[in-house]
Ligand binder design. Structure first.
Ligand SMILES: [Zn+2]
Length: 336
Protein backbone atom coordinates (compact mmCIF):
# COMPACT_ATOMS: atom_id res chain seq x y z
CA UNK A 1 0.00 0.00 0.00
CA UNK A 2 2.79 2.42 0.93
CA UNK A 3 4.52 1.50 -2.28
CA UNK A 4 1.39 2.29 -4.27
CA UNK A 5 0.99 5.58 -2.43
CA UNK A 6 4.62 6.43 -3.09
CA UNK A 7 4.30 5.74 -6.79
CA UNK A 8 1.04 7.65 -7.01
CA UNK A 9 2.73 10.55 -5.22
CA UNK A 10 5.59 10.48 -7.67
CA UNK A 11 3.14 10.39 -10.59
CA UNK A 12 1.46 13.49 -9.27
CA UNK A 13 4.68 15.29 -8.44
CA UNK A 14 6.66 14.19 -11.43
CA UNK A 15 7.77 11.30 -13.56
CA UNK A 16 9.14 8.10 -12.11
CA UNK A 17 12.22 6.39 -13.43
CA UNK A 18 13.32 2.78 -13.36
CA UNK A 19 16.81 1.67 -14.18
CA UNK A 20 17.88 -1.40 -16.10
CA UNK A 21 20.49 -2.46 -18.64
CA UNK A 22 20.14 -2.08 -22.42
CA UNK A 23 20.84 -2.03 -26.22
CA UNK A 24 20.21 0.53 -28.95
CA UNK A 25 18.92 0.64 -32.52
CA UNK A 26 19.31 2.71 -35.68
CA UNK A 27 16.75 5.39 -36.32
CA UNK A 28 14.82 6.45 -39.36
CA UNK A 29 14.07 10.16 -39.48
CA UNK A 30 12.13 12.00 -42.08
CA UNK A 31 10.14 15.15 -41.63
CA UNK A 32 8.39 17.60 -43.88
CA UNK A 33 10.18 20.91 -44.38
CA UNK A 34 8.88 23.52 -41.98
CA UNK A 35 6.90 25.36 -44.65
CA UNK A 36 4.88 22.23 -45.37
CA UNK A 37 3.87 21.78 -41.78
CA UNK A 38 0.24 22.83 -41.21
CA UNK A 39 0.01 26.24 -39.62
CA UNK A 40 -2.40 27.62 -37.14
CA UNK A 41 -4.62 30.26 -38.67
CA UNK A 42 -4.98 33.03 -36.08
CA UNK A 43 -8.56 33.47 -34.94
CA UNK A 44 -10.25 36.02 -32.74
CA UNK A 45 -12.01 34.51 -29.79
CA UNK A 46 -14.62 35.67 -27.42
CA UNK A 47 -13.52 34.47 -24.05
CA UNK A 48 -15.94 33.22 -21.45
CA UNK A 49 -13.31 33.60 -18.73
CA UNK A 50 -13.22 36.33 -16.09
CA UNK A 51 -10.82 38.52 -18.11
CA UNK A 52 -12.20 38.64 -21.64
CA UNK A 53 -10.46 41.52 -23.37
CA UNK A 54 -6.91 41.23 -22.03
CA UNK A 55 -6.84 37.46 -22.47
CA UNK A 56 -7.55 38.09 -26.14
CA UNK A 57 -4.71 40.57 -26.01
CA UNK A 58 -2.42 37.75 -24.90
CA UNK A 59 -3.86 35.41 -27.52
CA UNK A 60 -3.04 37.80 -30.32
CA UNK A 61 0.54 37.99 -29.12
CA UNK A 62 1.07 34.24 -29.19
CA UNK A 63 3.78 33.20 -31.60
CA UNK A 64 2.69 30.84 -34.35
CA UNK A 65 2.82 27.13 -33.69
CA UNK A 66 6.30 25.83 -32.86
CA UNK A 67 7.87 23.79 -35.63
CA UNK A 68 7.28 20.13 -34.65
CA UNK A 69 10.53 19.08 -36.33
CA UNK A 70 12.65 21.07 -33.88
CA UNK A 71 12.42 18.60 -31.04
CA UNK A 72 14.70 15.92 -32.40
CA UNK A 73 17.56 14.60 -30.27
CA UNK A 74 16.99 16.42 -27.04
CA UNK A 75 17.99 15.46 -23.53
CA UNK A 76 15.19 14.14 -21.34
CA UNK A 77 12.98 17.13 -20.54
CA UNK A 78 11.95 17.16 -16.88
CA UNK A 79 10.15 20.49 -16.72
CA UNK A 80 12.48 21.80 -14.02
CA UNK A 81 12.94 25.57 -14.06
CA UNK A 82 13.54 28.30 -11.54
CA UNK A 83 11.39 30.63 -13.65
CA UNK A 84 7.64 31.02 -13.68
CA UNK A 85 7.37 29.38 -17.10
CA UNK A 86 4.32 27.14 -17.48
CA UNK A 87 3.77 24.69 -20.35
CA UNK A 88 0.57 22.64 -20.44
CA UNK A 89 0.51 19.08 -21.74
CA UNK A 90 -2.43 16.72 -22.24
CA UNK A 91 -2.05 12.95 -22.49
CA UNK A 92 -4.03 9.88 -23.53
CA UNK A 93 -6.36 11.42 -26.14
CA UNK A 94 -7.70 12.39 -28.51
CA UNK A 95 -11.17 11.79 -27.18
CA UNK A 96 -14.31 12.67 -29.15
CA UNK A 97 -16.27 13.60 -26.03
CA UNK A 98 -13.80 15.89 -24.34
CA UNK A 99 -10.94 17.00 -26.60
CA UNK A 100 -13.05 19.29 -28.84
CA UNK A 101 -14.27 21.17 -25.76
CA UNK A 102 -10.73 21.42 -24.43
CA UNK A 103 -9.60 22.86 -27.78
CA UNK A 104 -12.24 25.58 -27.42
CA UNK A 105 -11.07 26.32 -23.87
CA UNK A 106 -7.46 26.53 -25.05
CA UNK A 107 -8.48 28.93 -27.83
CA UNK A 108 -10.48 31.04 -25.40
CA UNK A 109 -7.50 31.21 -23.03
CA UNK A 110 -5.08 31.91 -25.88
CA UNK A 111 -2.93 28.96 -24.85
CA UNK A 112 -1.13 26.38 -26.98
CA UNK A 113 -0.23 23.02 -25.44
CA UNK A 114 1.42 19.70 -26.22
CA UNK A 115 -0.86 16.68 -26.74
CA UNK A 116 0.62 13.21 -26.26
CA UNK A 117 -1.54 10.85 -28.25
CA UNK A 118 -2.09 7.14 -27.69
CA UNK A 119 -1.82 5.76 -31.21
CA UNK A 120 -4.29 2.90 -30.71
CA UNK A 121 -6.94 5.64 -30.73
CA UNK A 122 -6.09 6.70 -34.27
CA UNK A 123 -4.91 3.49 -35.96
CA UNK A 124 -7.36 1.15 -37.62
CA UNK A 125 -10.48 1.78 -39.58
CA UNK A 126 -13.40 1.87 -37.21
CA UNK A 127 -15.56 5.01 -37.52
CA UNK A 128 -14.44 6.07 -34.04
CA UNK A 129 -10.73 5.66 -34.86
CA UNK A 130 -11.18 7.62 -38.08
CA UNK A 131 -12.95 10.43 -36.25
CA UNK A 132 -10.25 10.45 -33.59
CA UNK A 133 -7.61 10.61 -36.33
CA UNK A 134 -9.40 13.63 -37.82
CA UNK A 135 -9.46 15.17 -34.37
CA UNK A 136 -5.70 14.69 -34.05
CA UNK A 137 -5.26 16.67 -37.26
CA UNK A 138 -7.57 19.34 -35.87
CA UNK A 139 -5.48 19.64 -32.68
CA UNK A 140 -2.42 20.41 -34.77
CA UNK A 141 -4.29 22.81 -37.06
CA UNK A 142 -5.31 24.78 -33.99
CA UNK A 143 -1.72 25.40 -33.09
CA UNK A 144 -0.83 22.64 -30.64
CA UNK A 145 2.05 20.22 -30.82
CA UNK A 146 1.48 16.50 -31.12
CA UNK A 147 3.70 14.09 -29.22
CA UNK A 148 3.84 10.29 -29.18
CA UNK A 149 2.54 8.37 -26.15
CA UNK A 150 3.07 4.85 -27.61
CA UNK A 151 0.40 2.62 -29.17
CA UNK A 152 -0.95 0.75 -26.15
CA UNK A 153 0.17 2.81 -23.17
CA UNK A 154 2.26 0.06 -21.62
CA UNK A 155 5.11 0.72 -19.18
CA UNK A 156 8.13 0.64 -21.46
CA UNK A 157 10.70 -0.69 -18.94
CA UNK A 158 8.62 -3.88 -18.64
CA UNK A 159 8.81 -4.61 -22.39
CA UNK A 160 11.48 -6.30 -24.50
CA UNK A 161 13.47 -4.23 -26.98
CA UNK A 162 11.38 -5.61 -29.84
CA UNK A 163 8.15 -4.71 -28.07
CA UNK A 164 9.35 -1.19 -27.33
CA UNK A 165 10.42 -0.71 -30.93
CA UNK A 166 7.00 -1.89 -32.14
CA UNK A 167 5.21 0.50 -29.75
CA UNK A 168 7.29 3.40 -31.03
CA UNK A 169 7.57 2.65 -34.74
CA UNK A 170 3.96 1.53 -35.24
CA UNK A 171 2.62 4.56 -33.42
CA UNK A 172 4.95 6.86 -35.32
CA UNK A 173 3.63 5.46 -38.59
CA UNK A 174 0.03 6.06 -37.47
CA UNK A 175 0.73 9.64 -36.40
CA UNK A 176 2.68 10.35 -39.59
CA UNK A 177 -0.19 9.01 -41.68
CA UNK A 178 -2.53 11.52 -40.07
CA UNK A 179 -0.27 14.58 -39.78
CA UNK A 180 2.05 14.12 -42.73
CA UNK A 181 5.10 14.29 -40.49
CA UNK A 182 6.50 12.28 -37.63
CA UNK A 183 6.54 13.39 -33.99
CA UNK A 184 9.83 13.96 -32.14
CA UNK A 185 8.45 14.38 -28.65
CA UNK A 186 7.52 11.24 -26.74
CA UNK A 187 6.15 10.85 -23.28
CA UNK A 188 6.72 7.37 -21.84
CA UNK A 189 3.46 6.10 -20.27
CA UNK A 190 3.46 6.72 -16.54
CA UNK A 191 6.78 8.52 -16.99
CA UNK A 192 8.38 5.07 -16.60
CA UNK A 193 11.81 5.00 -18.18
CA UNK A 194 15.16 3.24 -17.87
CA UNK A 195 18.56 3.75 -19.55
CA UNK A 196 17.62 0.98 -21.99
CA UNK A 197 14.33 2.71 -22.88
CA UNK A 198 16.10 6.07 -23.11
CA UNK A 199 18.68 4.73 -25.55
CA UNK A 200 16.11 2.99 -27.74
CA UNK A 201 14.09 6.21 -27.97
CA UNK A 202 17.18 8.34 -28.53
CA UNK A 203 18.26 6.09 -31.40
CA UNK A 204 14.97 6.98 -33.07
CA UNK A 205 15.52 10.70 -32.67
CA UNK A 206 12.96 11.13 -29.89
CA UNK A 207 13.11 13.61 -27.07
CA UNK A 208 11.35 12.38 -23.95
CA UNK A 209 9.20 14.92 -22.23
CA UNK A 210 8.32 14.26 -18.60
CA UNK A 211 6.59 16.73 -16.26
CA UNK A 212 7.13 18.26 -12.84
CA UNK A 213 3.65 19.63 -12.19
CA UNK A 214 1.16 16.79 -11.86
CA UNK A 215 -2.51 17.58 -11.31
CA UNK A 216 -3.66 14.12 -10.20
CA UNK A 217 -6.50 14.37 -12.74
CA UNK A 218 -6.29 10.64 -13.45
CA UNK A 219 -7.14 9.83 -9.82
CA UNK A 220 -10.15 12.07 -9.19
CA UNK A 221 -13.46 12.86 -10.84
CA UNK A 222 -13.80 16.45 -9.89
CA UNK A 223 -12.40 19.73 -11.27
CA UNK A 224 -12.07 21.26 -7.78
CA UNK A 225 -9.64 18.49 -6.82
CA UNK A 226 -7.59 19.03 -9.97
CA UNK A 227 -7.29 22.78 -9.39
CA UNK A 228 -6.41 22.23 -5.73
CA UNK A 229 -3.77 19.61 -6.55
CA UNK A 230 -2.19 21.85 -9.19
CA UNK A 231 -2.00 24.71 -6.69
CA UNK A 232 -0.53 22.47 -3.99
CA UNK A 233 2.04 20.85 -6.31
CA UNK A 234 3.14 24.23 -7.68
CA UNK A 235 3.64 25.54 -4.14
CA UNK A 236 5.43 22.40 -3.03
CA UNK A 237 7.77 22.44 -6.03
CA UNK A 238 8.75 26.00 -5.26
CA UNK A 239 9.21 25.32 -1.57
CA UNK A 240 11.15 22.07 -1.96
CA UNK A 241 13.11 22.47 -5.20
CA UNK A 242 12.97 26.17 -6.00
CA UNK A 243 11.07 25.22 -9.17
CA UNK A 244 8.66 28.06 -9.74
CA UNK A 245 7.26 26.74 -13.00
CA UNK A 246 7.42 23.76 -15.29
CA UNK A 247 5.45 21.32 -17.38
CA UNK A 248 1.89 20.56 -16.30
CA UNK A 249 0.53 17.04 -16.79
CA UNK A 250 -3.19 16.68 -17.54
CA UNK A 251 -5.32 14.14 -19.43
CA UNK A 252 -7.77 15.38 -22.03
CA UNK A 253 -10.15 12.37 -21.94
CA UNK A 254 -11.44 13.48 -18.51
CA UNK A 255 -14.34 15.97 -18.45
CA UNK A 256 -13.16 17.34 -15.07
CA UNK A 257 -9.81 18.15 -16.71
CA UNK A 258 -11.54 20.20 -19.39
CA UNK A 259 -13.37 22.03 -16.62
CA UNK A 260 -10.25 22.53 -14.50
CA UNK A 261 -7.99 23.86 -17.26
CA UNK A 262 -9.53 27.36 -17.67
CA UNK A 263 -9.76 27.67 -13.89
CA UNK A 264 -6.04 26.95 -13.53
CA UNK A 265 -5.25 29.56 -16.20
CA UNK A 266 -7.54 32.08 -14.51
CA UNK A 267 -5.85 31.37 -11.19
CA UNK A 268 -2.36 31.90 -12.63
CA UNK A 269 -3.48 35.15 -14.24
CA UNK A 270 -5.12 36.32 -11.03
CA UNK A 271 -1.93 35.48 -9.16
CA UNK A 272 -0.06 37.60 -11.71
CA UNK A 273 -2.01 40.64 -10.49
CA UNK A 274 -0.54 40.10 -7.02
CA UNK A 275 2.94 39.33 -8.36
CA UNK A 276 2.87 42.46 -10.48
CA UNK A 277 2.01 44.57 -7.47
CA UNK A 278 4.93 42.97 -5.58
CA UNK A 279 7.36 43.57 -8.46
CA UNK A 280 7.83 39.79 -8.81
CA UNK A 281 8.35 37.61 -11.87
CA UNK A 282 4.97 36.78 -13.48
CA UNK A 283 3.66 33.40 -14.59
CA UNK A 284 4.38 33.11 -18.29
CA UNK A 285 2.31 30.45 -20.06
CA UNK A 286 4.54 29.33 -22.93
CA UNK A 287 3.67 27.19 -25.90
CA UNK A 288 7.07 26.01 -27.03
CA UNK A 289 8.98 23.07 -25.49
CA UNK A 290 12.17 24.90 -26.58
CA UNK A 291 12.00 26.69 -23.26
CA UNK A 292 12.76 23.33 -21.63
CA UNK A 293 14.70 21.69 -24.44
CA UNK A 294 18.41 20.98 -24.52
CA UNK A 295 20.17 19.35 -27.48
CA UNK A 296 21.67 15.93 -26.87
CA UNK A 297 25.04 16.74 -28.45
CA UNK A 298 26.14 13.18 -28.92
CA UNK A 299 25.34 11.72 -25.50
CA UNK A 300 23.42 8.46 -25.33
CA UNK A 301 19.95 9.77 -24.56
CA UNK A 302 19.90 9.01 -20.85
CA UNK A 303 20.92 12.49 -19.69
CA UNK A 304 18.40 14.89 -18.20
CA UNK A 305 18.18 18.41 -19.62
CA UNK A 306 19.43 21.17 -17.36
CA UNK A 307 16.71 23.20 -15.61
CA UNK A 308 15.23 25.60 -18.14
CA UNK A 309 17.18 28.87 -18.21
CA UNK A 310 16.21 30.82 -21.32
CA UNK A 311 18.36 33.74 -22.41
CA UNK A 312 17.96 36.61 -19.98
CA UNK A 313 17.03 39.01 -22.78
CA UNK A 314 14.25 36.69 -24.00
CA UNK A 315 12.86 36.28 -20.50
CA UNK A 316 13.06 39.99 -19.85
CA UNK A 317 11.29 40.90 -23.09
CA UNK A 318 8.52 38.39 -22.38
CA UNK A 319 8.14 39.58 -18.82
CA UNK A 320 7.92 43.19 -19.94
CA UNK A 321 5.19 42.38 -22.44
CA UNK A 322 3.40 40.28 -19.87
CA UNK A 323 3.63 43.13 -17.33
CA UNK A 324 1.97 45.58 -19.65
CA UNK A 325 -0.84 43.16 -20.56
CA UNK A 326 -1.24 42.12 -16.93
CA UNK A 327 -1.24 45.67 -15.69
CA UNK A 328 -4.06 46.62 -18.10
CA UNK A 329 -6.02 43.50 -17.23
CA UNK A 330 -5.63 43.76 -13.47
CA UNK A 331 -6.59 47.42 -13.30
CA UNK A 332 -9.64 46.62 -15.41
CA UNK A 333 -10.58 43.82 -13.00
CA UNK A 334 -10.03 46.13 -10.03
CA UNK A 335 -12.32 48.77 -11.52
CA UNK A 336 -15.21 46.34 -11.79
ZN1 LIG B 1 -0.70 8.40 -20.34
Amino acid sequence: MLGILASVASLVLGAVTAHHADAAHPAPARALPAHEVPRHAPTVHTSTGPYPEPVEEVARELPSQPDPTRFEDGRVITGATAHRLILFSFDDGPDLNTTPRLLDELDAAGVHAVFFTVASRIEGDTPRQREQADLLGEIERRGHLIGHHTVHHRQLPLLSNEEIIAEVDDGQRDIERVLGHRPYLLRPPGGARSPRVDRLLAARGYTEMLWNLGTGDFQVRDADEVVRTFRRVLQRRERENGERGGIVLMHDPHPWTVEAFPRIVAELRAKNCELLAQGEELYDIVDDPRFFFEARRGDDGTALAQPAEPEASVLQARQERLRSVTSARCSQVARR
